[in-house]
Design a protein around this ligand. Structure first.
Ligand code: KIV
Length: 301
C-alpha cells in the first residue's frame, strides 16, 4: 500500500518532503566554500575561533552544517550517546565507519561544507602503524577528511606515518576517554607541573610529526592557552579547557541539554531559550566566535 500523503518539504516548498524527516536546504552555493585545512589556517591567522560539534547521523550533521558549524567530529562518544555503552572503549571501527558514512551522506544531500573528522576507536591503531593506516583508510573511504587519535608519546610515530601518507590527523591530549580505566576516571589532566611539562612535550612532538589539530580535553585553562601559543601550526580545539584555544568542540547531545548522565561542568545548554536545534547550534557558533563561551569562571579549571 502506498503512503497516504506526501508532505511538502518545509525547508524548500518546491520539493516534496518525506514522512521520515526532511534535511534542511543548503544555503546558495556561492556563499559557501568547503572548509579545508588552508581555510582553517586562514581563520586562525585572523584570530577567528574554529567551531566543532560532534555529529553521528545525516540529519543532525546537515542541521549543524546549515547552522554554520565548521567542523563535524564523528566521535567515538557515539558509543555512549548512541549505543548506550558505559565508555567509548567498546566502539568498533565498523561502527565508526557506519556513522561517518551517515554523516557524509547527510552533508552531500544538502551540499554541506563542513570539515569531517572520524575518530579512530580503541584498538584500531594501537597494534602497529600498518594497522593504523588500514583503520584510517577505512574512515577516509567512509568519507572522513581527517582522522583523530588519542594520546601522545607512542602515538607520535603513528601520526607521522599517517601524515606522510596524505592523511590529515587531529591528535587528542588531556583527558583521553579511551584510557579512562588507566587514568582512573574522567578527571582534569595536566594539573601538576610534571603532567603539564609532559603534555607540552607531547604536544610539540605531535605538531612536529604533522598533526594539524589537537583536541585538548579537560586541561586547565592556563595550560591550554600556553599550548595554543606554542602550537602555531596545530590548531588547539578545547573541550573543558577554557577559552584560550583556537577552537571549541562539544558533544552535540550535551549542548542540546539531552545528555543522559550528569552534565559536565564545561557544558552550556544552548537549547535554552532557543526555538529549534538549528538556532541552538547557531547560538553555540556565535558564542564561540565572540568568546563568550566557554566562560573560564564557569566552564574551566
Ligand atoms: O569522541 C568524542 O566525541 C570526542 C570529543 C569529546 C572531543 O573525542
Amino acid at each position: 500500500m502506498g503512503l497516504p500523503h506526501t508532505p511538502m518539504n518545509p525547508a524548500n516548498p518546491n520539493t516534496p518532503g518525506t514522512p521520515y524527516g526532511t534535511l534542511p536546504s543548503a544555503s546558495p552555493l556561492p556563499q559557501r566554500k568547503p572548509i579545508s585545512l588552508p581555510r582553517l589556517n586562514e581563520m586562525r591567522d585572523r584570530d577567528e575561533k574554529i567551531t566543532m560539534l560532534t555529529a553521528y547521523d545525516a540529519t543532525f550533521a546537515a542541521v549543524a552544517d546549515s547552522a554554520g558549524v565548521e567542523c563535524l567530529l564523528i566521535g567515538d562518544s557515539l558509543g555512549m550517546v548512541c549505543q548506550g555503552l558505559a565508555s567509548t572503549v567498546g566502539v568498533t571501527l565498523e561502527t565508526m565507519c557506519y556513522h561517518v558514512e551517515s554523516v557524509t551522506r547527510g552533508l552531500r544531500r544538502v551540499q554541506g561544507t563542513a570539515w569531517v573528522i572520524g575518530d579512530l576507536p580503541f584498538g584500531s591503531y594501537h597494534e602497529s602503524k600498518e594497522q593504523a593506516i588500514r583503520s584510517a583508510s577505512a574512515l577516509m573511504h567512509a568519507g572522513a577528511h581527517m582522522v583523530k587519535l588519542e594520546g601522545g608519546g607512542w602515538t607520535t610515530e603513528t601520526v607521522q606515518f599517517l601524515v606522510d601518507r596524505g592523511i590529515p590527523v587531529c591528535a587528542h591530549l588531556g583527558l583521553t576517554p579511551q584510557t579512562v580505566h588507566a587514568l582512573g576516571g574522567y578527571r582534569v589532566q595536566g594539573r601538576s607541573e610534571a603532567e603539564a611539562h609532559r603534555m607540552k612535550t607531547e604536544a610539540l612532538a605531535l605538531q612536529h610529526a604533522g598533526a594539524s589539530m589537537v583536541v585538548l580535553e579537560m586541561v586547565p585553562a592556563a595550560l591550554s592557552s600556553e599550548l595554543t601559543a606554542q602550537l602555531t601550526h596545530c590548531h588547539t580545539i578545547g573541550i573543558g579547557s577554557g577559552n584560550g584555544t583556537a577552537g571549541q568542540v562539544l558533544v552535540m547531545h550535551d549542548m542540546l541539554g539531552i545528555g543522559l548522565g550528569k552534565t559536565p561542568k564545561f557544558v552550556r545548554n544552548f537549547m535554552e531559550g532557543q526555538p529549534s536545534v538549528k538556532s541552538a547550534m547557531a547560538a553555540y557558533v556565535a558564542a564561540v566566535k565572540n568568546s563568550s563561551f566557554p566562560d573560564n569562571a564557569l566552564h574551566a579549571w
